[in-house]
Ligand binder design. Structure first.
Ligand code: AMP
Ligand code: MG
Length: 421
């Protein structure tokens, strides 16, 4: 059983947008045990689409396509599928009603051209799209020999595609290939140690053939452990994963900050909420990255009071009255200055806590210990100052430094804000 993933759109073939749907769909197909043999990307061109689908039907048993299902003239997937299956397009009135009701929710009349989204090749099935106007198309195309090929055409919008996969396509494919079991995952997110270090801390969990299986990936210094189990029901999968997740949490302790889509800022805001504390930021080297992340977390009580971004010592002197002499003598990238920034920032903002990040070190300077960047967290108990090595590829330095600063806040909150910890 082999699959082909087809991505459709001028924005992809012209290079304006990266095709991330193929990557995501291929990972999901792999989890079902289906090997993806081909990725094809094609422009919004009817003839090219027909050729691509014909070729896919010949060489793959399962075809998952994305894009080209919208209401505009460049959306040609349904026409291509009608041509490939040699079936006429028919109107499905229940889909017109669904699209009309989505427009009604927005208080708008449905434009006439949207009725095209209710046109389906005869004999095909509708893949519901709960949050968008374009339903998907599920179609079997007979072949000269053997079973027909099965095509699943989904809209290109990633969020809609993810949802439709999870709600409908995944189980349709599982049934089609005869898997009676369902597959579920949990992702644990870690920060504060390297990948190999984390692997060493886990007792033989990341072993091929283990059930539930545990995989490890790293991105921007965040390590994700993905636990996967197969079972008769989703509940059975989650129950089977529970002991593995518990073992991981036990072995890694404070390194685990959250699960699934959670980021460090979510963990920090959760702790601030639990402890009824407010936070402000004074950022030099991280240029407002920490404030931006904290700002993006929705929280019922505003725990993040605001942030100050500086790029020069004059701003610290003028706005926070950090003594210019101190900055000159200790240097902009120093524990002493960052300590002052945090303490004075806390006073000015009137918050329970203030986090400061120092200027970044000059990488040309010869320094036996290696360049370091400094962080400080001021609270009613004093100021905690930390530093970490400033080493990573320049393209991720700022993001990594901002994560380290947030992680410092997280650990301090977990440990009761004691200055010695
Ligand atoms: P479409 O369904 O063709 O109207 O696509 C809607 C939008 O989804 C496009 O404007 C893109 O922003 C996005 N999109 C389409 N195909 C992909 C893809 N393969 N990977 C990531 N995003 C995509
Ligand atoms: Mg398109």
């Amino acid at each position: 059983m082999h699959a082909e993933v087809i991505s459709i759109g001028d924005e992809l073939t012209s290079g304006q947008r990266l095709d991330t749907n193929s990557q995501w769909l291929s990972e999901r197909l792999g989890e079902l045990g289906v090997r993806v043999l081909y990725h094809t990307t094609v422009a919004d061109d009817l003839e090219a689409n027909v050729r691509v689908f014909r070729q896919a039907v010949e060489r793959a048993d399962i075809i998952v396509a994305s894009g080209g299902l919208g209401p505009t003239a460049d959306d040609l997937t349904r026409d291509a599928l009608a041509a490939v299956s040699e079936q006429p397009l028919e109107m499905r009135s229940e889909i017109v009603d669904h699209v009309r009701s989505l427009f009604a929710l927005l208080g708008r009349d449905m434009p006439e051209r949207n009725t095209v989204q209710a046109m389906f090749p005869r004999g095909s099935r509708v893949i519901p799209n709960p949050h968008g106007t374009a339903p998907g198309i599920d179609l079997e195309v007979p072949r000269a020999a053997g079973r027909p090929a099965r095509i699943f055409a989904l809209p290109g919008v990633p969020a809609e595609l993810f949802e439709m996969w999870r709600q409908t396509v995944e189980s349709s494919i599982a049934q089609w290939i005869g898997i009676r079991r369902v597959i579920r995952h949990r992702r644990l997110k870690c920060f504060g140690a390297g990948e190999s270090h984390v692997e060493q801390m886990l007792p033989d969990l990341i072993r091929r053939g283990r059930d539930p299986s545990v995989g490890i990936t790293v991105s921007g210094a965040v390590i994700t452990l993905r636990v996967t189990a197969a079972g008769d029901t989703p509940e059975a999968c989650f129950a089977a994963m529970e002991p593995t997740v518990a073992t991981i949490r036990e072995c890694l302790g404070e390194l685990v900050y959250g699960e699934e889509e959670e980021e460090l800022e979510d963990a920090v805001l959760r702790l601030l909420n639990d402890q009824n504390l407010s936070l402000a930021t004074i950022e030099w080297g991280t240029g407002g990255q920490v404030a931006d992340w904290l700002n993006n977390v929705t929280s019922t009580v505003p725990r993040f009071a605001g942030g100050l971004v500086v790029t020069h010592s004059a701003a610290l002197e003028n706005l926070l009255s950090v003594p210019g002499d101190l900055i000159k003598s200790a240097g902009s990238c120093s524990g002493k200055v960052v300590e002052e920034m945090a303490a004075r920032g806390r006073e000015r903002f009137g918050t329970d806590l203030a986090l400061a990040t120092s200027d970044v070190p000059q990488l040309t300077k010869i320094d036996a210990d290696g360049p370091r960047v400094f962080f400080a967290l001021a609270s009613s108990q004093g100021v905690i100052v930390r530093s970490t090595r400033y080493a990573a590829h320049p393209s991720i330095l700022r993001v990594r430094t901002a994560r380290q600063a947030l992680n410092m806040v997280r650990l301090a909150l977990l440990r009761g804000l004691t200055v010695e910890s």
